[in-house]
Write a protein that binds this ligand. Structure first.
Ligand code: 5AD
Ligand code: SF4
Length: 458
């Protein structure tokens, strides 16, 4: 390891506490920050109060996401007063968008860094130790952070792998193109090398991440081709990718859902609204019918495919009829899972300055209706799994002693009484019960032949 740190310093035992908000890309980034700091002697700790360094990896996507950061900083302030040597860093998209505001509102913060610069953390830590004020690094540097990352510590059985970052789509409501910058894809070979390394370390599922993951393009083809290459890695049992844009679902990727058994029959495909008027105002570049047809094509390719989506309630200009169109689309498609949000104006985005802002109470009312429908669909999907045999990838111990936990191919959390030896395996189990948010399973009776069982609840 070449960190340039003196040996004595490199060996010092230090504790690092990382708090992560937001999307899976932030979860990935937090893990990489831990990897980057490990050579300096930082080991993770669950507690903030005994930490030598605290990193808040933040999310700016909605207003309450950034407010949480400021309230957490307020909560942590006494720590800095008690132990001024503790290094405080704010990372991620709030840091990118509101660096100066953070320093003004929380002057005890030592490091402010955007999502593109955490490979420079060791250097920032050294500078913070010397500097009087905060070290701010919110550039979009020409060199890529991915080229400067050490090997990761033991990966999870289901491991994240960021293959693409940023977005050029500029949806009316979204801060991502401003905080994460322009769309950029990692080269195919770099992705394959990291994937092989994750699998060699014990990962059995890889979740490909990107703000616009299906916009990924290597030198020789798109995401469909990458998925096919990944599927050649022995011992890699499952491949997922998230988050997709309907406009980037090309023929080859749809075909990969038909051809690649390791590609799970589950897709998170945000639609945001079911009204063509609102979709146009959102600058989504597709209609509700385009989305419906795309879902049909995907289900044709992979009949057991289950879908998840994102919905926004109360985008500026959304009428009662537009809201009904969204409910109709949700009913037509039928989602196994979904995320729905009240529209939240983000400074600097076109929708924040648009006329026709919807009153809070009305947004709340529409969101509640959307969520009730989505909850019913999710529960119905889970209930439909009861009695079926399902392949579960067990990823760790369950909440209760003697239990193991994992995920179905459709991303449902599954728990079962069973031996720890199941962890890391994909095993066919019988679903005993479908709860609103998870499935309870039991081992398959030896007399039952899994080959004859229906391996689908979609
Ligand atoms: N208000 C509400 N929801 C938003 N999202 C993104 N920006 C906003 C906003 N300003 C939602 C979208 C996106 C998901 C990650 O967050 O549905 O797909
Ligand atoms: Fe944001 Fe996704 Fe739209 Fe890009 S495609 S601007 S990340 S909502």
């Amino acid at each position: 390891m070449t960190t340039g740190m003196p040996v004595a310093e490199a060996r010092a035992k230090r504790r690092l506490h990382v708090i992560t908000w937001g999307c899976q890309m932030n979860v990935y980034d937090s893990a990489r920050m831990q990897d980057v700091l490990a050579p300096l002697g930082y080991a993770p700790t669950e507690r903030a109060d005994d930490a030598d360094m605290v990193i808040l990896n933040t999310c700016h996507i909605r207003e309450n996401a950034s407010e949480k950061v400021f309230s957490e900083l307020g909560r942590l302030r006494p720590l800095k007063q008690a132990r001024p040597g503790v290094i405080f860093a704010v990372a991620g998209c709030v840091a990118q968008a509101e660096g100066q505001e953070i320093v003004a509102r929380a002057p005890f913060v030592d490091i402010v860094m955007g999502p593109q610069t955490y490979h420079r953390l060791p250097e920032m830590v050294a500078r913070a130790a010397r500097a009087a004020g905060a070290v701010i690094d919110t550039e979009f540097p020409a060199e890529s952070k991915f080229d400067h990352l050490p090997e990761s510590a033991a990966p999870a059985i289901s491991a994240f792998l960021t293959i693409q970052e940023g977005c050029d789509k500029f949806c009316s409501f979204c801060v991502v193109p401003y905080t994460r910058g322009a769309e950029a894809s990692r080269p195919m070979e770099a992705v394959l090398a990291e994937a092989r390394q994750l699998v060699a370390g014990g990962a059995r599922e890889i979740v490909l991440l990107g703000q616009n993951v299906n916009a990924w393009h290597g030198d020789v083809g798109g995401l469909g081709r990458l998925v096919r290459k990944l599927a050649e890695i022995p011992d890699l049992l499952r491949i997922r990718y998230t988050t997709s844009h309907p406009r980037d679902m090309d023929e080859d990727l749809v075909a990969a859902h038909r051809d690649v058994p390791a590609l799970v029959p589950f897709l998170h495909l945000p639609v945001q609204s079911g009204s063509d008027r609102v979709l146009a105002a959102m600058n989504r570049g597709h209609t509700a019918d385009h989305y419906r047809r795309l879902v049909d094509r995907l289900r044709e390719a992979r009949p057991d495919l289950a879908l998840s989506t994102d919905i926004i309630a109360g985008h500026p200009g959304e009428t009662a009829a537009d809201h009904q169109a969204t409910l109709a689309l949700i009913r037509d498609v039928g989602f196994a899972q979904a995320f729905s949000f009240k529209y939240s104006p983000r400074p600097g985005t076109p929708a924040a300055a648009a006329t026709g802002q919807i009153p809070e109470v009305e947004k709340d009312r529409r969101l509640a209706e959307i969520q009730a429908l989505l909850r019913d669909q999710q529960h119905a999907f889970n209930r439909a799994c009861a009695g079926k045999s399902v392949k579960v990838l067990f990823t760790g111990p369950g909440r209760h002693p003697g239990q193991v936990a994992g995920r179905s191919p459709w991303l449902q959390p599954v728990h079962m009484t069973g031996p720890a030896s199941l962890i890391g395996t994909e095993t066919i189990v019988r679903i005993a019960e479908g709860h609103p948010n998870s499935l309870a399973a039991e081992p398959l009776h030896p007399a039952q032949d899994p080959q004859t069982e229906e391996l689908a609840c979609a």
